[in-house]
Each structure stands twice: as C-alpha cells, then as structure tokens.
Design a protein around this ligand. Structure first.
Ligand code: NAP
Ligand code: F7E
Length: 351
C-alpha cells in the first residue's frame, strides 16, 4: 500500500486529493494545524474524514514537518498548504512569505536531509505570471511577473523546487494551476462568494452583492479534475512543470451573469461595487495552455465554465434550503463574516 502525506488537508484541494488517493488505495496522512474551532467540514462533506490519518502541526515549524514525515513515511508528498488568498497577502505579506514561500524549502530540506525517496508535488499558480498575459494562452515557457505578495511567495517556492530538483536530484514537480473552483471552495474567493450570495438572494435572505474588480478575467476549471493532474505528475516518469488550465477565460462579470441566469434574475438589481474588495494590484487576465499536460500526462479538463457556475449555485441553494429546514450539516456558511462584519478598515490598503 502506498502512502501519501498531504499538507493543507483541510483545504479545497487537500480534501479532493485525499478522496482521489483513497479511491486508489493509498494510505493518506494529512497535516492540519490546530485552531480553536476545528474545520474538518470538507473532509466530512466528502465522507472521508474517518479514513484520513491526521497529524497536527504548523508548516512554519520545521519540527512539525519532520514529525509529519516520520509518522507517515510517505511515497508521495503533496505540498498544498498555503496562505492562498491573494487579497489577504496584501494585508499579511510577511506571514504569506513564511507559509506560502519558505515552507516549501522546509519540506524539501527535510526530504534532502532525511535522505528520502519521496516524490514531492508543489502547488504553483497562474498568479506567478502576473502581468505577463499578452492576450495569449500562457505555457510553461512564459515569463513570470508576479503582482502580489502571494504570487511572489509562490514564485519563490517554484524556483526553490527547481533548484532542489536539479541540484539534489529530488523528484519534485510543480503544477502551474490556474483557478479551480468547486462546491467546497473557500467562501472568500469570488466564485463561491457569488454562488452563495445568489443562492441567498433567490431565497429572499439577501438583497445585495458587494464586489470589487468585476472586469478581471480568469481561467476557471473544476477542482476535482485538477487534483487528478497533481497525482499524474507524481506518477510520471520524470519530475517537471505543467500548466493545468482550461484555455478559456471569462470575466467576473460573466460569472455573475450566468449565476443570476440560473435563478432567472438580473445582477444589475443587486450589485454594488465596493472598494473593500479592490486590490492594490490585480492580475487583469489569465488563460492557460495545457497542451503539455495533455500530451505527456494525458490530462484534459472536462467541466467547463458554464457548468461550474451551475454546479456551484445549485449546491449553494440546496445548502441554504437545508439550513432553513434546521439541518446541522457542518459547513462553513453560517460562520463566515458577512459584509456588515467586515470593518471598513479591514481592507487597510484601499486608498
Ligand atoms: P485553501 O482551500 O486555502 O487551503 C489551504 C490549506 O493550507 C488549508 O488546509 C490551510 O489550513 C492550510 N494552511 C495554511 N497555513 C497553514 C499553516 N501555517 N500550517 C499548516 N497548514 C496551513 O487552498 P486550495 O484552494 O485548496 O489550494 C491548494 C494549494 O494550491 C494552495 O497552495 C494554493 O495556493 C494553490 N493554488 C490554488 C489554486 C486554486 O484556484 N484553488 C490555484 C493555484 C494554486 P486551514 O484550513 O487551517 O486554514
Ligand atoms: O479573485 C476579482 C479579484 O480571490 C478572482 C486563488 O485560489 O486563484 C485564486 O486567486 C478575481 C480577482 O481568486 C471580488 O480581484 C472582484 O481579479 O477568487 P479570487 P484569485 O485572486 O484569482 C489563483 C490561481 C491562486 O493561486 C489563488 O490561491 O475576482 N474580484 N470582486 C473579487 N475577488 C474576491 N475574492 N472577492 C470579491 O469581492
């Protein structure tokens, strides 16, 4: 039986990846950090919580990493944990650099010093391209010009992974994943935020939706398919870097339009542009060319933009209906701060 260690097991990708690896008969270990209110709702909602071997630890702490590796003796390490919210990286640039950037070196150092054969997956991102979009589909050879502390930290992780691959012969592959969404996406990301607000509007629980830059374009795919690509990278015969994307790009406004189409309504009645959600810098557009992954890993996206919108809004409506019926399902919605909780100063960077 193969074993895998997943950092970021409580996040969107960690949960889907764990489910995939369990279905392939892996023994799955997950590193999670101790917080005052446990957040295993994703693992519970995918019905895999009881099947994961959980290891408590913080990625900023080398001992935690060594302990997790010792306990799991992994054939594969999927390093997914990060401060992954771009907006928050402007508020906490140093913490983001620590966990999103430096923790990658901690993992690789552990593998090197412990003389392990473990294969490592690094969670790179399309945000690393930043402003280099030239109305073309970006591939593995395109230039990186990060536009946020998050992207700069991720780019550090990407390069340090290449250095350990070339310098120490460690099998470390980086996915350059474009945005991927799902029913268990974090509520702060724009797709889930829209899906949730639209569901509430359709049920008469809300009458406004506050957003920032709705002209931004993103290449949105479906998360359960993207974790398959991660696994394929570690099954491949050599370590390498791969773009994982859909090769389609859409504005936030289009996401909004399709989401309101689902409930036969018009977003113009509810939308307010709110400076709290505008970033000091924002990548204007992203589109990814996944042909290398298609050719070498036999990976292609299946679920496309319009279907992702439908899946997400549909699921959110179901959840709110259950909630209104008194269902105690352990999901994050009722606990998430709403627009009234977010202080005006919360987005301290807004001029
Ligand atoms: P996510 O839902 O935000 O999950 C992040 C995970 O990291 C959570 O489990 C979080 O734990 C954990 N974490 C954060 N700080 C930690 C620390 N100090 N110690 C231990 N664990 C810590 O992110 P995701 O969407 O699943 O993304 C997975 C990875 O892919 C991330 O590295 C992200 O940056 C990258 N990525 C994501 C996308 C995307 O579109 N989703 C695209 C490209 C790259 P808590 O639950 O306790 O917060
Ligand atoms: O923003 C705009 C915002 O926060 C998408 C992470 O998984 O993907 C994600 O990063 C766009 C941006 O994702 C709101 O300005 C408008 O242009 O959903 P997001 P992201 O920043 O693209 C990459 C690939 C990652 O690696 C990251 O980890 O939507 N936008 N109004 C808004 N965004 C948010 N969150 N909230 C708004 O109200």
């Amino acid at each position: 039986m193969k074993s895998a260690l997943i950092t970021g097991i409580t996040g969107q990708d960690g949960a889907y990846l764990a489910k995939l690896l369990l279905s392939e008969n892996y023994k799955v270990y997950g590193l999670y950090r101790r917080i005052s209110t446990p957040n295993f709702w994703r693992l519970q909602s995918l019905d895999i919580y009881d099947k994961i071997n959980l290891i408590s630890g913080d990625l900023n702490d080398m001992s935690s990493i060594i302990n997790a590796i010792n306990a799991s003796n992994p054939d594969e390490i999927y390093h997914l944990a990060a401060q992954s919210f771009v907006e928050a990286s402007f508020e906490s640039p140093l913490a983001t650099a620590e966990v999103t950037g430096l923790s990658t070196t901690r993992i690789l150092e552990a593998v090197k010093l412990m003389k392990l054969d473990s294969k490592v997956y690094y969670a790179g991102t399309s945000e690393m391209y930043g402003s280099s979009y030239l109305n073309k589909s970006l591939n593995e050879s395109d230039v990186f010009q990060p536009m946020s502390p998050y992207a700069a930290a991720k780019l550090y992780g990407y390069w340090i992974s290449r250095i350990y691959r070339d310098g120490y012969n460690i099998f470390v592959s980086s996915g350059i994943l474009f945005n991927h969404e799902s029913e268990i996406r974090g509520m702060e990301f724009v797709t889930r935020k829209i899906a949730n607000q639209v569901a509430k509007i359709s049920l008469g629980l809300e009458n406004k939706i506050y957003l920032g830059n709705i002209e931004a374009k993103r290449d949105w795919g479906y998360a359960p398919e993207y974790v398959e690509a991660m696994h394929k990278m570690l099954e491949y015969n050599k370590p390498d870097d791969f773009v994982i994307a859909t090769d389609e790009t859409h504005t936030v406004k289009e996401f909004l339009e399709y989401a309101f189409d689902y409930i036969n309504d018009d977003y113009n009645k509810y939308l307010e542009i709110d400076k709290r959600f505008v970033r000091p810098l924002d990548v204007p557009a992203l589109k990814g060319d996944y042909s290398k992954a298609k050719e070498e890993l036999n990976w292609s996206p299946k679920t496309r933009f319009k279907d992702i919108v439908k899946i997400m809004v549909g699921e959110e409506i179901k959840r709110w209906k259950k909630y209104l019926n008194g269902d105690q399902f352990p999901w994050d919605v009722p606990n998430y701060p709403n627009e009234n909780n977010l202080l005006k100063t919360y987005r301290g960077h807004v001029k």
